[in-house]
Design a binder for this molecule. Structure first.
Ligand code: NAD
Length: 250
């Protein structure tokens, strides 16, 4: 399926140490891409798994919520393979506290990573893509791109913002060969959702609402990310693709 072939493409995936980011890095590598795994936590396992597939893999350890580090991360990534064809803005955190008690620090930590880094990494990587006249940017949104959630106001604001950035960049860059889109995962089993999974009642009530009758797994992200990274989606711009087992259709 040459439409989905990523051979020779260079992909930078943030938050690639585990969860959805690791699965997407492996999915892209399975389709032929070489990977740069960026993460604030240990991502050596991802690098090993990508190399086992016969693809190149490099690691950059960085706290992406520190805006001053972003330029260096992109410069280092460019040095590895001479450019970046695919950027996956996946790194994200969540802080669960009622709105009345949500601290400035919690708000700031979440928004710096989930929103600020998405925009500025897209800008820094996007400049090279615009120069070459091609590139794919895929950001990870959420069901809370559409819904309000409970006890997670900073996260909700950041994920609504991801959709806004996706559309804003697409409007400017679609005509210049750079496709900017997002994936909105439903409820997926990762560290991010471990506290909800541990709450039996909450877990059951969420599962009961999912038409697919199960939570998603990180592997469920592989197909969608390969699609949005490949020529198969060349006429898609500013789209948020829901990968939610039907949650939003309910
Ligand atoms: P996770 O906690 O398993 O993984 C998060 C990744 O981000 C890790 O690799 C971690 O090292 C990295 N990270 C955290 N803080 C960082 C920082 N400051 N700088 C650089 N990297 C950092 O969570 P996940 O569920 O795989 O989440 C991945 C993305 O998917 C996030 O944007 C999250 O909001 C989104 N998402 C997850 C779900 C879900 O159900 N799990 C649903 C919707 C959206």
């Amino acid at each position: 399926m040459s439409l989905f072939d990523l051979t020779g493409k260079r992909a930078l995936v943030t938050g690639a140490s585990g969860g959805l980011g690791q699965a997407m890095a492996i999915g892209l590598a399975e389709a032929g891409a070489d990977i740069i795994a960026v993460s604030s936590s240990e991502a050596r396992e991802t690098v090993r798994l990508v190399r086992e597939l016969g693809r190149k893999a490099e690691l950059i350890a960085a706290d992406l919520s520190q805006e001053s580090l972003l330029e260096g991360v992109v410069a280092q990534a460019n040095e590895f393979y001479g450019g970046i064809d695919i950027l996956v803005n996946n790194a994200g955190i969540i802080r669960r506290k009622p709105a009345a008690e949500h601290s400035w620090q919690d708000w700031h930590d979440v928004v710096s990573l989930n929103l600020d880094s998405v925009f500025f990494l897209s800008q820094l990587v996007g400049r090279g893509m615009l120069e070459r006249g091609s590139g794919k940017i895929i950001s990870v949104a959420s069901m809370l791109t559409y819904q309000g959630g409970i006890n997670v106001p900073g996260y909700t604001a950041s994920k609504h913002g991801v959709a806004g950035i996706t559309k804003a960049l697409a409007n400017e860059w679609a005509g210049r060969g750079v496709q900017v889109n997002a994936i909105a995962p439903g409820y997926m089993t990762t560290n991010n959702t471990a506290p909800i999974i541990a709450d039996e009642n909450r877990y059951k009530s969420i599962t009961d609402r999912i038409p697919a009758a199960r939570w998603g797994t990180p592997d469920d992200m592989k197909g969608p990310v390969v699609f949005l990274a490949s020529a198969a989606s060349d006429y898609m711009n500013g789209h948020v693709l829901n990968v939610d087992g039907g949650w939003l259709a309910r």
